[in-house]
Structures are given as C-alpha cells and as structure tokens.
Unconditional design. Sequence first.
Lengths: 85, 337
Amino acid sequence: MAFRLADNVRVRKENWGLLFYHQSRHKILFVKSGDWLQPEHFNGSWTLEKLVQDIGQRTGKSADIIEKTLPGLTRRLTANRMLLP
Amino acid sequence: MKYSDWPLSAPVNITWEITHQCNLRCVHCLSASSNASPDELNFSECKGIVDQLDALKVFEINFGGGEPLLKDHFLPLLRYIHTKGIVTCISTNGTIHNVEAMELFTGNPLVNVQVSLDGATPEVNDRIRGKDTYRKIISGIELLSGRDIPLSINTVVTALNYGQLDALKALAKSYKANLRVSRFRPSGRARQSWDALKLNPAQLKEIAAWLESDLSILTGDSFFSISQDGRRKMGLDMCGACKMTCCIDPIGNVFPCAFLQDLPFCGGNLREKTIKDIWDNSPVFKRFRNLEPSACIACPRFENCRGGCPAVAYFLTKDLNASDPECLVNWSRGVNS
C-alpha cells in the first residue's frame, strides 16, 4: 500500500522534518523526521518497502530501525487526518 | 514549545493588509485605516510577492486592511493566488456588496470569508463600526450565507459587546456561520479607544471561562494569554509573530504581526528585500523569536506561552520585555486583589 496525502493537505520540508497543513481545518502538524521523509514520499507512489529502502540508502540507517519507527509516524499522520488511511 | 527547536523556513501564513482604504472608521481599527496610502503596492508587485510566497510554500494568506474589496486589483490577485493553490481568508467589513466577489468566493475551496460585526444589536455594533453599519453588515452576511462559502463572523471583544457573546453566537449560527472572537488590542485607532473599550479583569475572567465552555468558538491564537487548558490543548498557546506568521502592509513593509505595525518593528520592505531574506535575517524578527519577558520567566505557564502578547505589552508599557498586563496570571492577580 502506498502513502498518500489526504485531500486538502499540503506538506513542506523543514530542516527538522516535515510540516503538514490541512487547509480546510487550518491545522498544522510538526513531524520531527529529520531527513528521513520527504514531501514526495506522500504522492501515492511510495510503498512501505520502497520507503524503507530509500531512507536506508540516504541515511545509512538499518532497515530494522526504519521498519520499527515508520509505522508510528504514519499512524500519527493518519490519526491527524493528514494521510489517507 | 521553543521556536529554536522548530525553526520554520518560511511563515505558515501571512496577514496581508492590501490597502488602507476603508469606507468605515471603526474606533478600534488596528491599522487606523481610512484613505489608501500613497504608493501602495501595484498588481505586478503583488504578484511578485505571491510568487515568492508560493516558492516558500506558505500555506495561507489572510487578507485584511482596510477593506480588501475596495482595492482595484484585489479580485485578480485572489485569482492569481488560487492558481498557486494557496488558501486565502478574506476579512471584510461586509458592507461592500460585490457580485463578482460573490461569484469568485462561491464553491471555491481556497476561499474563507470573515465578516466583522461588533455587536448583536445596532446600538452596540454601530457605536464601534459607525452609524447604520449593523444593517449594512447583516445585509452582507445575508448575501454570503447559504452559498457554498465557509463563513465566519468576527467580533473584537470589548467592554461594549462582551455581554452579547451568546447572542452573537446565536446570530452566527442562524446564518450557518462560525463565530470568531478576537482580542481587543491597543494598536491603530484602538490606542485612542483603549481606556473606554478595554475589558476589566473580571470581564476577562468571564470570557476565559466562556471560551473554555465552548471550544467551537474560533479564536485563532488571539486569546492565548488568557486561555485555559482545554483551548490551549488545541495548540492555540503562544504568540506566532515571526515564528509562524508575519504581516505585509499596503506599501510592502513586513512586520511581526498586524498589531505591531510601527516602524521600529519593520523587518524590511518587499520593494528592497525578499520575504525570505526578511524572515531569515531581519534583526527585528530574530529579536522577536528570542523574546523572553523577564517578568514572565518565573511564571509556571512560561514554558507554555513564552510570555503573553508583545503588542499589548509594548503599547501599554513601551517595553517589549514587560509582561502582557492581561495575561491569565496577571488578571488573576487583578481579580483576586
């Protein structure tokens, strides 16, 4: 399954991670993901497997650590209606 | 939350006072608007600023003034902004009934409209916004209501209207609008009306409790310094000036917020500098991000709010390092003494 932004949500990169904005609720969400995640990871074409591989290549982190951390992050984004479930 | 832990590459939203021209002379107007200023930004300059905001991924532009609908290039500018996917909020006094604007606003997911109304009755509203304005504003609200336009009615809470807040809530509901309340601050013409219209500590206490009792009332971060825990958990808990937001005035000056449009607080002018340069490098903006009013540091709430509203503190004491005289802790002292 690929990750995709919910309708009316925009995201931008900051040096500490990603800043999400829900335009109809005027809500923002700070996600301290460092350089792990990029806005394009939520364009609907990145599966968990692809994401783990990309983060590993760019950051040198082991797949194990990334796989343990990512679900918490994406659950938080989904709970805050920033990502489609 | 410390800004230094979460610095932003650009504002989340911008307040843009597009003109000083206004057909009303509200006694509390934060920008003391009346006539257009000489040398207001032209359409081409405004589009250039929008291009900058788009490149920086600023999410939202809140238009005020002055009355934005009196600016000749306002609607073409809105259309240009919408091609970039940027959300706009238009604060209007509700008395300019413009068919073209209605058509642009209707069914537009990038538009939010906020109409200012300062009383639930003509007697109260018209003392603030001027003779016969209640009738004209209600006509404007009626034109907007029932269309597919996210609508809120905004009330600046003063000693005149604080007793009408429930009536204003009901009035907004009757037009399927949200009620938004804003804090009365002593900037612009409000410096002259401050003593007559300011809330006393007991009234502030009542309003804090009223806001806490209904979290559907919109406030933005306007009341962060008197908010209690429920509302603070919504994230409306600190001043966003120079951290999340800033204000562009009609001639391109960039200020920390709409309530601090005095030249000592100007971060730069967009005819001379880019918004990115001002956001990153302006000494004024850097100073604001590091404000830690010495009077507040020992306060148990300091880690939450980092001090109250600097605009209120400054205009009442001429000292940015002073505490906000109306913050929760300070008014509690006033009520209890």
